[in-house]
Ligand binder design. Structure first.
Ligand code: NAD
Length: 478
């Protein structure tokens, strides 16, 4: 039963309907789950251009290539990976039984949790809604989505698209802002996956605690990019510019700031600028350069730069600016903040824009100390040789991801968990980890007719002594 929307039904009623439907229908088969995933895949392809257009309108401007490459490809790949591996993921897992438990059998049954809540942000509004939904239905669950109010057209389109292919009892979309989000996060879900900022993540965790709702928190933070001494190369710059300026830096795993050897600083500034020119030959007026999502975010970014200037940083706009952007709104030029220091807001807040502060270092030990003195990042990128220094940085720091000579591309790896650690999040999803996070790993033990535990009961006698001798060895008492 498709085509009903969640408009006239409140969230409490929705979750009750989904839970009742789940309990009545029981666990969906492999075939049913694959059919649901296939339906979702077809809908994404069918609505491709509508999604590209609505995101562009919501942002002020975003290239249709960027939307398809950075969102739709990821969704389709994730669906394909889940479908292909679902039989394996769902398979009952035989577990070892110790001598004491022989001849019983133990196994893990991956059971759907029931009703999953998904809260998504505005920066990748399609993939960060649909990959969690695909994961939840692959694991056999019902899903309620609360997308962001900052991309209203895309959120409405998602609601229309999903209600066209799923009944409200299977996948429902609840629209609204922070107040609706606050109510949503208090619902008694069987699991809640929240993607968004660390401050809001804290509120979500508090709200979920009332009902002891298990959480996956996909949060943000400051992801450093460390450039080894002498590695200011075109390949390094290509990855950095790609990571920093895709979606105009409004990416959770964008390199937030760069750590560059002091001797390489001048080369870094000029190479970064030259690479920005190669990516965006028409400057910010070109169609490939994305706008900032709202006036509030633009003024926040501008005030970060004002604060850095006042505190003594060199703020350098880079790349060509051939003509003022025409017909584009909320455009911010790629900017370097050279000589960034800890007292500047730009080194305290997650930037989430096309601004790259540059911090210099002399010694890799200082880099490690610097990173370890701050909240654990979602990603830590290293550019250099894959030798001792790289290993040292990887082993002595903790981050959601450690990237070597790349930025962002790990987000599309289906066979690797995606998530943060500490202030950048808890839990992970994508592929098998996602399936497991939205399944209950139920342990099942089947006692056999003949087993040692049956001998270990009162009244204790020779059989219990025999069983104990088998498990603990002969008694030492004389
Ligand atoms: P946000 O935390 O403001 O909003 C996320 C969701 O929470 C939205 O649906 C919003 O409506 C809702 N919300 C906002 N305030 C709320 C409140 N007080 N109570 C309940 N719900 C509330 O995040 P955002 O600005 O949309 O997204 C940007 C942030 O998300 C950045 O910090 C970024 O790093 C992070 N992010 C993380 C990932 C990841 O996978 N780890 C991916 C994308 C973005």
């Amino acid at each position: 039963m498709a085509n009903e929307t969640a408009v006239s039904i409140n969230s409490e009623q929705l979750i009750a309907r989904q839970r009742d439907a789940y309990l009545a229908a029981g666990i969906p088969s492999l075939h049913e789950r694959k059919q649901q995933l296939a339906r979702l895949r077809r809908a994404v392809i069918w609505h491709r251009h509508e999604l590209e257009d609505s995101i562009s309108t919501d942002f002020g401007h975003r290239s249709r290539h960027e939307t398809s490459i950075m969102e739709l490809v990821g969704v389709v790949q994730a669906i394909d990976y889940l479908s292909k591996n679902l039989r394996k993921f769902m398979k009952r897992e035989r577990r070892h039984v110790a001598l004491f438990h022989r001849f019983g059998r133990a196994f893990i049954e991956y059971q759907p949790k029931g009703v999953i809540g998904v809260m998504s942000p505005w920066n990748y509004p399609v993939s960060l809604s649909l990959i969690p939904i695909a994961t939840a239905i692959a694991a056999g669950n019902r899903v309620m989505l609360k997308p962001s109010e900052l991309t209203p057209r895309t959120s409405e389109l998602l609601q229309r698209m999903l209600s066209g292919i799923f009944s409200l009892e299977t996948v429902a979309v609840v629209l609204g802002g922070a107040d609706v989000g606050a109510d949503f996060s208090r619902l008694p879900f069987d699991h809640l996956l929240f993607t968004g900022s660390t401050p809001v993540g804290r509120k979500i965790m508090q709200a979920a605690s009332d009902n002891l709702v298990p959480l996956t928190l996909e949060l943000g933070g400051k992801s450093p990019a460390v450039i080894a001494r002498g590695h200011v190369s075109p390949l390094t710059m290509q990855s950095l510019v790609y990571g920093k300026l895709s979606n105009a830096g409004q990416t959770c795993v964008a390199p937030d700031f760069a750590m560059v050897h002091a001797d390489d600083l001048d080369a870094f500034v000029s190479s970064y600028s030259a690479m920005v020119d190669r990516f965006y030959p028409d400057g910010t007026s070109g169609t490939d350069y994305t706008s900032i999502v709202s006036d509030r975010h633009l003024s926040r970014l501008t005030s970060l730069l004002d604060d850095a200037k006042v505190k003594g940083a060199r703020v350098v706009t880079v790349g060509t600016e051939q003509q003022p952007p025409q017909g584009k709104i909320r455009v911010m030029r790629p900017t370097l903040v050279v000589g960034a220091s800890d007292d500047m807001l730009v080194m305290q807040e997650e930037i989430f824009g096309p601004v790259l502060p540059v911090v210099t270092y002399r010694d890799m030990a200082d880099v490690i100390n610097y990173i370890n003195a701050r909240p654990r990042p979602l990603a830590l990128y290293y550019f250099g040789e894959t030798g001792a220094e790289c290993n040292e940085l990887m082993r002595r720091t903790t981050s959601g991801h450690f990237g070597v000579n790349h930025t962002l591309t790990h987000v599309a790896l289906d066979d690797a968990p995606f998530g943060g650690v500490g202030a950048s999040g808890m839990g992970a999803y994508h592929g098998m980890e996602g399936f497991r996070s939205m399944s209950h790993a139920k342990s099942v033990y089947v006692q056999s007719r003949w087993s040692l535990p049956r001998l270990m009961r009162a009244p204790f006698g020779r059989l219990a002594d025999f069983a104990l001798a088998l498990t603990l060895g002969p008694s030492q008492r004389q």
